[in-house]
Design a protein around this ligand. Structure first.
Ligand code: FAD
Ligand code: AMP
Length: 483
């Protein structure tokens, strides 16, 4: 039956496309519905992550980092040049090429694995049926043994700063600037605001970040967050904490943004050439659920699911940004694999305690597991080791010495509870922590592990040694350990 599938996935982002591929690998007859339309009117897979999220932002972060290094760091290495110039349209075009290549790659993977790609808007009907509305308005209905909803998320808009065509933009607009804005405002000092602010600051924008909360990176370990804030301020990012944006006026090609702070009765104002609104994302479920289909939302608008991504309807699952948990590509992909395996094998799970978080600024900020604040609140006894990159030979060689590694472990069992890093290659170092923690490592396990010299990873080795007061390349503040 051509209109009957074992699995119909709605949404072809990193949650949905990974789920579809894994389901097909397991021998399930699988279709994926995607509404995104590319340049030539064809469906475009990859979702937010590949098209307007993880990948394009990293492409611009890498380009802008190279520019900044050439401008600011080359001299220290003895490299003289007669001035570097930035071609913004060429930088954006390179980014677009990478996006196109990766999206086409996913399409090829669908072909190779036998996943049927359906282009249009998917809707969940009652009785495990899915309705597809194509761009030309034609409608077709499919029967599905299992439905997987992976419709992702969309940027939050706030009434004080309605988006305009070219001055007030969201994260998607900020990936398309064709010139460097002289004065750039960013609302929200979250992951996206900091990454996009960094891109444009490195190539010459004067960047001001307005953040309503008082605590910088409230979800991160606060010692690491404070260190990161110090570093970003040194980079001339003007980050104003406790600044709640309440209004804006666009006139003469600029925007005046009004905000309040706790220490002043009067509204403050600051004027920008461009403003990026990066105040978070919300689950995307528009037009997705036919009333009476049985799938429910929670009080925050996410599709309600259990630990294994089952909705209230047997055989209907939901994964990725559209369900609870951090809005991260790797979290969605792992849920996609879990659901495909649950459908086929009936047992599978995701370890939600070990989802790594990364902010791809320079230096990066990354962490996994519990923060010191969380461990303290849990009442468990714990020990901490920190180590600065300033004492790591490889960091000095690279002229990249800002930041620290912090490891938190259980006082009695020695089991690692959290790894928190601000510094060069923080994401890669934290990934080592993820692997260690997934295997239930103690700090002693990592203390006894040999780390190649000279590497940035040695900062992790020294930090786990510091947990027991025997780091080698710095004086230990704690009394020497018993071991
Ligand atoms: P999405 O990627 O949003 O995909 C959902 C797909 O479903 C879309 O293609 C959409 O068109 C389609 N769709 C929606 N409704 C329907 C429908 N009814 N019918 C058919 N199709 C539909 N995460 C990281 O882990 N690392 C990063 O570095 C990172 N950087 C980011 C940078 C930016 C600027 C942004 C905006 C996000 C970033 N993220 C990052 C977050 C990441 O992009 C998301 O967590 C991830 O894309 C979520 O995957 P998803 O598959 O759940 O949803
Ligand atoms: P994230 O959810 O990590 O992307 O971060 C978004 C950030 O935007 C949060 O830290 C919010 O506190 C912040 N934010 C939301 N609304 C406003 C506002 N009106 N003014 C300033 N910051 C805001």
């Amino acid at each position: 039956m051509p209109n009957k599938f074992d699995v119909v996935v709605i949404g072809g982002g990193p949650a949905g496309y990974v789920c579809a591929i894994r389901a097909a690998q397991l021998g399930l007859k699988t279709a994926c519905i995607e509404k995104w339309t590319g340049d030539k009117g064809k469906p475009q897979l990859g979702g937010t992550c590949l098209n307007v999220g993880c990948i394009p932002s990293k492409a611009l972060l890498d380009s802008s980092h190279k520019f900044h290094e050439a401008e600011a760091d080359f001299k220290q290495h003895g490299i003289e040049h007669s001035g570097v110039k930035l071609d913004v349209p060429a930088m954006i075009a390179r980014k677009n090429k990478i996006v196109a290549k990766l999206c086409m790659g996913v399409e090829s993977l669908f072909k190779a694995n036998g996943v049927t790609l359906l282009h249009g808007m998917g809707k969940v009907l009652a009785g495990k049926q899915v309705e597809l509305t194509r761009n030309d308005g034609s409608v077709e209905t499919f029967d599905a043994e299992n439905i997987v909803i992976a419709t992702g998320s969309t940027p939050v808009e706030i009434p004080p700063t309605p988006l305009t065509d070219d001055i007030i933009v969201d994260s998607t607009g900020a990936l398309e600037f064709q010139e460097v804005p002289e004065r750039l405002g960013v609302i929200g000092a979250g992951v996206i605001g900091l990454e996009l602010g960094s891109v444009w600051a490195r190539v010459g924008s004067k960047v001001t970040v307005l953040e309503a909360q008082d605590a910088f990176l409230a979800a991160a370990d606060q010692q690491v967050a404070k260190e990161a804030l110090k570093i970003f301020k040194k980079q001339k990012l003007d980050i104003r904490m406790g600044a709640r944006v309440v209004g804006s006026d666009v006139a003469n090609g600029e925007v005046a943004v009004r905000y309040t702070t706790a220490d002043s009765e009067e509204e403050q104002s600051v004027t920008f050439d461009k403003l990026i609104v990066a105040v978070g994302r919300r689950p995307y479920t528009e037009g997705l659920l036919e009333p009476g289909c049985g799938v429910n939302l929670d009080e925050r608008g996410f599709i309600f699911v259990d630990e294994q991504c089952r909705t209230d309807v047997p055989g209907v699952f939901a994964i990725g940004d559209v369900v609870r948990g951090p809005m991260l590509a790797h979290k969605g992909s792992e849920e996609g694999v879990m659901v495909a395996e649950l459908i086929k094998e009936k047992t599978a799970q995701v370890n939600y305690d070990l989802i790594p978080s990364v902010i791809y600024t320079h230096p990066e900020v990354a962490w996994v597991g519990q923060t010191e604040e969380e461990v303290k609140a849990s009442g468990e006894s714990y020990k901490v080791g920190t180590f600065p990159f300033a004492a790591i030979g490889r960091a000095l060689a690279a002229n990249d010495t800002d930041g620290i590694v912090k490891v938190i472990a259980h006082e009695e069992t020695d089991r690692i509870l959290g790894v928190h890093v601000v510094g060069p290659s923080a994401a890669e170092i934290v990934q080592q922590g993820v692997i260690a923690m997934e295997f239930g490592s103690s700090t002693e396990d990592l203390q006894l592990t040999m780390f190649a010299h000279p590497t940035l990873s040695e900062a992790l080795h020294e930090a786990v040694l510091a947990v027991d007061g025997h780091a080698i390349h710095m004086p230990n503040r704690k009394p020497r350990g018993k071991k």
